[in-house]
Design a protein around this ligand. Structure first.
Ligand code: PLP
Length: 404
């Protein structure tokens, strides 16, 4: 079926012009574009300016950004990192690659995001860090309280802002609460760089130096008094996660329009919410924070068979994902690497599988993810509402069981 929903076109005129600028610059200077060049430097400055202070370091993926953030903290091998329950595998794999042990905090009831209580519940004398994910673009409502708890316990907080660039709580951007923030700029993210990319951000200059060294084989790339080509000047063994000029230029262009990207998406959701209410839909848009930077939006199904409901909507051409796979507790390949803590209030000793992340599961098992982009308008609002109403009527007629 040809979709009547518009493509995002994140690679727009400004991004194309940015690429042209890189080509023109390097052709004019008879130089080959490398890494740590002027466009990368500009993007890193742009990102620091976006936050208002601190420094940003661009790297080649979000997964590696998270890994580097953890490495820069010099955490003792085998210690635990409390992580959010719903995220991309890159978040959990970064913890494992850094030789640390993930401990999964559950979500707040009725949410994909965690909260203070769940994080506190997972904290032990083995906790080395907290990795807080702002899932779907929704800021974790209790970020300030979690940051405060971490500060008091001298536990570094890393914010994974991959899905939530530009999301804020009372005007303060997520990513600015933690010791470090790390994020993905892969081509589907609200802030994107074309293909694969990421960044680390912090206001701590010493940490940023360690991040820079972990980005590039332990090199002290900020120093001009040493020979950067001499491996003997490295601080420690590390891999190569360097970024590049082309994607830096695209990322700068994408960052310039991030505010509008998020606002257009938010306006679409406000209109959709209103029209769904007017039409007395049984389906409910997940309640969202005013500081939401929508990446996708969960929709609560009125029927127990939410997959069937979502699939029927999808068959009417509505872009959505009927069953989200990003619930960490479902992943068999990481199961044995996670410490399913016996001190979770909802688990005692060897916990049955189903009791892991019960709140996150309930949210996932009752919702589907509606996709959206900044080009959706009132026509698409009407189109979605009509499809929802029609599908609800069809399912009612079939006697589909309602969700309690
Ligand atoms: C929340 C979250 N964390 C980490 C990642 C990993 O980023 P990347 O795909 O750039 O490695 C992603 C996205 O892909 C993500 O959505």
């Amino acid at each position: 079926m040809i979709s009547d929903f518009p493509p995002r076109k994140a690679f727009g005129d400004d991004e194309r012009d940015a690429i042209d600028e890189v080509s023109t610059y390097y052709r004019y200077h008879d130089a080959d574009p490398g890494y740590n060049g002027i466009f990368q430097d500009q993007f890193e400055k742009d990102l620091a300016n976006f936050y208002g202070k601190g420094e940003a370091v661009a790297v080649n993926s979000g997964t590696n950004a998270l890994y580097i953030a953890l490495c820069a903290l010099s955490l003792k091998e085998g210690r635990e990192v409390i992580v959010s329950p719903v995220t991309d595998s890159g978040t959990v794999h970064a913890i494992l690659a850094a030789n640390l042990v993930p401990v999964v905090a559950d979500a707040a009831p009725g949410s994909y995001n965690t909260n203070l209580e769940q994080v506190r519940d997972c904290t032990t004398d083995q906790t080395a860090a907290v990795m807080l994910v702002h899932t779907a673009g929704e800021p974790v409502a209790e970020t300030a309280a979690i940051a405060e708890m971490c500060k008091n316990a001298a536990i570094p907080l890393v914010e994974d802002v991959s899905q939530a660039m530009g999301a804020h709580i009372d005007g303060r951007f997520v990513g600015s609460y933690g010791t470090l923030a790390a994020g993905s700029m892969m081509y589907r993210k609200n802030l994107q760089c074309g293909g694969s990319g990421g960044f680390v951000y912090s206001t701590d200059p010493d940490l940023i130096r360690r991040v820079m060294a972990h980005r590039d084989r332990g090199k002290q790339t900020w120093r001009t008094d040493i020979n950067q080509n001499d491996p003997g000047t490295g601080l420690f063994p590390a891999l190569n996660h360097n970024f590049n000029e082309w994607e830096s230029a695209i990322a700068s262009a994408s960052l310039k329009r991030l505010k509008k990207t998020n606002l257009d998406r938010l306006m679409f959701l406000y209109a959709l919410h209103e029209k769904m209410q007017d039409a007395k839909c049984g389906s409910l848009l997940h309640g969202f924070h005013t500081g939401y930077a929508p990446f996708y939006i969960p929709v609560w199904s009125p029927f127990q068979d939410k997959v069937g409901f979502a699939k029927a909507l999808k068959a009417k051409g509505i872009p959505l994902l009927e069953h989200y796979g990003c619930v960490v507790a479902d992943w068999l390949h990481v199961e044995k690497h996670i410490n399913w803590l016996p001190n979770h209030s909802y688990s005692e000793g060897a916990v049955p599988w189903a009791s892991r992340s019960p709140n996150a599961r309930t949210t996932r098992d009752s919702t589907f993810n509606l996709f959206l982009n900044e080009n959706y308008d009132i026509w698409h609002v009407r189109r979605i509402v009509q499809a929802i109403k029609d599908t609800e009527t069809e399912m009612e007629a079939r006697g589909a069981a309602r969700r309690k």
